[in-house]
Write a new protein. Structure first.
Length: 294
């Protein structure tokens, strides 16, 4: 089977810890193949425990990062940039140990950092991001891990908003283990054409996340899903497709992503309905013949 469907731990618990690993049973029962674990707090997760649980429940693991102000690799303070690099290296260690092919997320800056900068100031921030990502990518390359960089919408970052800007960043870093994570929520806001932006970025697309235009259940909003999946098929995308949303009760993340209200009756309903819808689109457009094994 080509495209494995995953669920983000942001839908289950935040910060996700070793104590939450038993939730893998629920994820598997819904039909998912992958659990995307966000390393919010490195002290409460163990790669060994994650690996054992994943094996017991029959799931793959994908690793993503959480990028707060103290993990900003394009910050003007070199001490904070160094903290961000150290954190990303830790995420890479997790990925290497649990079999995740990459670490994903908006690693070029702090989520929620939005400033009206001059072109010169913006260029400096971009250069710091390139310099830091190159260091991290070198570390990742030695461990057989990639970096999947996620463009965010204009309300969540002032640096990389579109796939075109993401490709520019990847090219500036210049290493083949650096690519993109594309997310339907951000694309719905920033891209003029899903098809053209995906075609343009195709060689760099490592990973896909999906949610609706309101961050809710896929299929319950305005995202052009048939166009999106038709284009994924056109570029022969065979990677993971992860359903991502957020618990509005987690104040730090809710504030960073401007999530002020529930986007579904419950996160369990979102997860279950999201799987069914995405599975139907995989069957319809990507043609890998997968079936619901739940």
């Amino acid at each position: 089977m080509k495209n494995k469907i995953g669920l983000s731990t942001f839908i289950l618990a935040s910060p996700f810890s070793n104590n939450d690993l038993s939730l893998m049973g629920k994820v598997k029962s819904m039909g998912y193949d992958v659990l995307e674990i966000c390393i919010e707090d490195t002290a409460i997760l163990s790669s060994d425990a994650m690996s054992v649980a994943a094996k017991n429940y029959g799931l793959d693991i994908s690793i993503c990062g959480a990028f707060g102000p103290d993990r900003d690799i394009s910050h003007e303070d070199p001490t904070i940039r160094a903290q961000g690099i150290t954190y990303l290296n830790t995420c890479i260690d997790f990925a290497a140990k649990v079999g995740s092919p990459f670490v994903s997320g908006p690693m070029y800056s702090a989520t929620g950092k939005t400033r009206l900068l001059s072109p010169e100031e913006r260029k400096q921030q971009f250069d710091w991001a390139v310099e830091s990502i190159a260091v991290v990518a070198g570390y990742a390359q030695a461990k057989g891990v990639g970096l999947a960089i996620e463009p965010l919408n204009r309300f969540e970052t002032d640096l990389i908003n579109t796939l075109e800007q993401g490709v520019e960043l990847c090219r500036a870093v210049g290493l083949d283990n650096v690519g993109l994570l594309i997310d339907t929520f951000h694309m719905h806001i920033e891209e003029k054409s899903l098809t053209e932006s995906i075609r343009m970025a195709a060689p760099y697309i490592f990973h896909v996340q999906v949610s609706e235009n309101d961050r809710g259940t896929p299929g319950k909003g305005q995202v052009h899903w048939d166009e999106f999946f038709t284009t994924l098929n056109e570029i022969n995308y065979e990677g993971m497709i992860v359903v991502e949303s957020f618990l509005p009760t987690v104040k730090e993340i809710a504030r960073a992503v401007s999530l002020w209200r529930p986007v579904a009756p419950s996160m369990d309903v979102l997860a279950a309905d999201g799987f069914k819808f995405i599975q139907s689109k995989v069957l319809q457009h990507l043609g890998d013949g997968r079936i619901n094994r739940a």
